[in-house]
Structure formats: C-alpha cells, structure tokens
Design a protein around this ligand. Structure first.
Ligand code: NOJ
Ligand code: CA
Length: 534
C-alpha cells in the first residue's frame, strides 16, 4: 500500500487565530472542530497544529509548561480527543507540534532543576559547574538566574531552557557537559517518547518537530542528534507505523536519513526557498533581490533549482521535502503584493512539486500580513503573519464574537481584505483555485509526493519555467509564467509528440511549429497543467 503521504496535502493551523468558539477573543479547539467541514471541502487531508499545550505563552506556546495538558484557553484534553476523532471521521489526520528541545522556565521539571539541592531533575537541563562559568562555544546561556550555583543553557529565548540530551563532543575543559549516554540525557530521551506516546494513543497522527536538529549540543554534523531520531523512528515504525514526523530542520539531506518522513525548506536555511516568493514583493518591489514569482519577471528559478535538485536526489525514495506556502514564522505572507492571478500561479507550483505541500492557514484565500502590529507573545516581526482567519465580511471577519479590542490580534483592517465566504461564491477565487488544484493532485499519481520531477525549461533569469512530472505511465507538464509579459518557448519533438490535454489553467498554449516541435505561448501571469498522451 502506498504511503498516505503520497497524496497528502497539509494545512497549518495557528490555534490562537483560527476560530474562536466562545467569544473570548482567542481561537480554540472547539472552534477548529467547527471548521473541519471547511477543511474537508478544501480537500486537505492533514493538519499541523501549532503547540496547544499548557504554557505561559512567552513564545506563542513554544514554551511548554506541561506536555500532557491542553492549554485551558484552547479547551481540555477531552476537546483534543474530540478534535482528533471528528477529524478522523472526515479523513483528516492531525499532527501536533512537538517541542523536544526546551521547555518553559515555568515547567515543574525546570523549577526542580534550578533548586540548590540535588534532585531527580538536576540533570534534566544543561547547567554549568558554577555561576562563574558563563560562556562556552556553541551554546547560549542565562547567567545568575537560579538559586543553584550554575547557569543554564537556552535553546531560543531566555525563558526556554534547553533540555539535556548531552553533548556530542563534551569539552574536557567543561566537565559539566555530559555525554549523550549519561543518565540525565537518557531520562530526557525516555520522556520524549512518553510524550509522543501519550498523544499518539489519543489519536494524533504524528508530529511536526520543533528545532529538530537542536537536541544534542556541539554536534556540528548532527550525527548524535540523528542517532537519537533514528532511535525514535525505529520505535515508531514498530509501535505506530502510520505515524509521521516532519522536522523543522531545513536540511533534508540530514533530516531524512535521521528518520524524519519529511523536512521543511524554510527561509532561515534555504535561500532557494526564499527566492521563490519572498525576495521581492510579487509586484516588482525588490527587497533583497527578485522573487521568481514576481510580475517583474526579473526572478531566477535557478536559485531554487540549483539548491533543490541535489536535495531531491539525496532524499529520493527515503523521505519527502515539504515546501510550505508560509508559516507562523514567515513574513510577509504569500498573499502580500499578489492578486488572485499571481496566487493561482504560486499554488500551481506549490501543489505540483514533489514532496508534501503545506498550506499555511489563510494563504488559501490570499490573506496578507498587516504591518505595524506590536509584537504578540514573542512574535516580533513574525506577528503580522498570525492575524485572525478571515471567514466572512461580518464583524471581526467572522473570527470571533468578542469586542474587537479583545481579540488576540486585530483583524487585517484593509477594506479589501479577502474572506472565505466571498471566495466560496467566486469561481475564479484563490480559494476555488486551491481547491481544484488539490483535487487534481489527488487524482493524478504523477503529481504526488514521489513522482519524478524534471525541469524542461528553466533558464537563469528567464520565463517560463516548465517541468515534467512522471509516475508509471502518466506524464504531466507544468508551465508557469509569473511575469507580467507574455512569453514563448520551443519544446522539441523529443519532449512532446502531440498536443497535451489541458488539466488546469491556460488553454491553447501549444502550437505545432513545423517539424521542430511545439511552441508554448503563455500570456502574462499565467500557467497550466497538461497531461501528455503518447
Ligand atoms: C520554531 C518555531 O516555529 C518558532 O515559532 C519558535 O519560536 C521557535 N522554534 C522556538 O521554539
Ligand atoms: Ca476562545
């Protein structure tokens, strides 16, 4: 049986701002349950839910204070159980967000660990030998913040102490650095599996793993961290063979061999990913250069392909690269500077490349990231990508019945902000394009996660970008012209024998040109998906 990831399309939900069911201004699990029918109609078959566990929310829930408890503002563990069951009824699987690398300083483990007297949790985190040891290569620490005469290593913000999975190469000058097989690191590892087991037993289908490459310290090639994950994977394969893991690592050539089923390409590590949508605004305003998906036509698809093709090759047959439309850390949103035509084109690409696509909530209607928002829950410049989902044209865009000033974040105030209700009615809306593209991906095996991917026309600084997907005896062409100007390219007889069937998008694009082959002509900002019959 083929892997369920083969046809999967994921959808990321930031629970704070998806749907508020009880009018307190913040999204919640019963709210997500109410929107499952929407997700089913959209056609997604899996959801990644950002952390929804007990937390002081200094970093939007990535600072967990109890891994076994749903945060009261989202509901209860029973609500989670209900969400998992209701999703499953609709054929939707849910991946929870696992934060293995750190906790909140408010976590009881840390509260015990910071105490002067030695106890069961003293070695659960990484502490120096005294408060006067305040730096060491490769780690960051918080100085003089505990009753214990020691400093603790952090993973991210100051209130996110790193759990102790040991050091790959403990520094002999720093004897407080423990090897991975020391009792503290081994206990942390056991607890990690307990946490996973708890939610898998409740019905979760796996996890998105936060900072997956961060666990073992001073591990430059990720070898020990990879060994740890391979151990987790072996256990999963045995006890939870359907469960899937996607890593926030952004090094698929490392993460996939380490046991992850999927790894994201993300802006912090992938220039290639960044070059697709976020170097410029989409409307010809250069920020850091030009995006390929930009009307200026100045982008360069090679920036993506030269990075991507070797990664695809290195992971082929072993796991999948996940290219997200955006996520809760990424501004601007895909929708910034792009209208429905630009977005349709971006989604043709996102939903026809190999691997597993992830759609960030709101991107399916082209939501934008309003600027000048004050930071919320440690969001800083990520905050604009986290505003409430826009459901309809009513108050608070249908997100919540709370007074507007009680919302988690203000709704985008733009007069022309997109919303689901209006787009449902409009056949040419981004929402309906995305829906049709998802259906197409499901219907055509060549478009799935592991079909072959071959660039056919992909020249530096030029349009169009044409590629071929293949699986078994099915062959599909995708052609994309993000530029505002029309373009033409010749495809030889060896590439195409007869005019292909239009599955999606631009018609009449292929014209026979003597014996030489075919001319592919695309108007500005257009593209299509074509089934080859030979
Ligand atoms: C990555 C998460 O996506 C981000 O939101 C969070 O702040 C850091 N990891 C720390 O957990
Ligand atoms: Ca609520």
């Amino acid at each position: 049986m083929p892997d369920w990831l083969e046809k999967a399309v994921f959808y990321e939900i930031y629970p704070q701002t998806y749907y508020d069911s009880n009018g307190d201004g913040i999204g919640d699990l019963p709210g997500i349950i109410q929107k499952l029918d929407y997700l089913q109609r959209l056609g997604v078959d899996a959801v990644w839910l950002n952390p929804c566990f007990a937390s002081p929310f200094g970093d939007a829930g990535y600072d967990v204070s109890d891994f076994y408890q749903i945060a009261p503002r989202y509901g209860t563990n029973d609500d989670m159980k209900r969400l998992l069951a209701e999703a499953s009824k609709r054929g939707i699987r849910i991946l929870l967000d696992l934060v293995p690398g750190h906790t909140s300083t408010e976590h009881p483990w840390f509260q015990a660990s910071r105490r002067r007297e030695h106890n069961d949790y003293s070695d659960r985190y990484i502490w120096t030998d005294s408060v006067w040891t305040w730096n060491a290569p490769g780690v960051q620490m918080v100085i003089g913040a505990a009753e214990r005469n020691a400093n603790y290593v952090t993973n991210f913000f100051h209130f996110q102490p790193a759990l102790n999975y040991g050091f790959a190469h403990p520094d002999p000058n720093h004897p407080w650095q423990q090897p991975v097989d020391a009792p503290g690191p081994q206990a942390a590892r056991r607890e990690l599996k307990n946490i996973m087991k708890f939610w898998l037993d409740m019905g979760a289908s796996g996890f998105r793993v936060d900072m997956a490459g961060s666990l073992v310290k001073n591990d430059p090639n990720g070898e020990e961290t990879s060994r740890l994950w391979r151990d987790v994977r072996a256990w999963l394969d045995k006890d939870y063979p359907e469960a899937r893991l996607v890593s926030e690592w952004s090094q698929p050539q490392v993460a996939i061999p380490a046991g992850f089923h999927m790894d994201f390409l993300l802006p912090f590590a992938s220039q290639g990913y960044q070059s697709l949508f976020r170097k410029s605004s989409g409307r010809g305003q250069a920020r850091y250069g030009w995006s390929f998906f930009d009307r200026s036509g100045h982008g360069n698809i090679r920036e993506f392909l030269d990075e991507y093709m070797p990664l695809l090759q290195a992971t082929s047959g072993k796991g999948f690269i996940a290219i997200p439309s955006g996520n809760h850390d990424t501004t601007p949103r895909l929708g910034d500077g792009r209208d429905a035509r630009d977005l349709a084109l971006a989604f043709i690409f996102l939903l026809t490349v190999p691997g597993v696509p992830f759609i960030y909530y709101g991107d399916e209607i082209g939501m934008r990231s309003p600027d000048r928002l004050p930071s919320k829950e440690g969001g800083y410049d990520r905050t604009p990508a986290r505003t409430p989902m826009q459901w309809d044209g009513g108050a608070n865009a249908g997100f919540s019945s709370a007074p507007a000033d009680r919302l988690y974040l203000p709704v985008d105030s733009a007069a022309d902000r997109p919303n689901v209700a209006a787009q449902q009615e409009d056949n040419a809306s981004v929402l309906n394009c995305v829906r049709r593209l998802i259906a197409l991906r499901r219907a055509h095996p060549a478009l799935g996660a592991s079909g072959a991917f071959e660039p056919i026309y992909a020249e530096a600084g030029k349009v169009p970008f044409v590629y071929r997907r293949r699986l078994g005896d099915e062959t599909i062409f995708v052609a994309l012209n993000p530029a505002g100007q029309p373009c033409q390219v010749m495809l030889g007889e060896e590439i195409l024998k007869q005019a292909p069937e239009v599955l999606y998008g631009e018609r009449d694009s292929f014209a026979r040109t003597g014996d030489a082959g075919w001319t592919l002509s695309l108007p500005g900002v257009s593209g299509g998906i074509y089934l080859v019959r030979d």
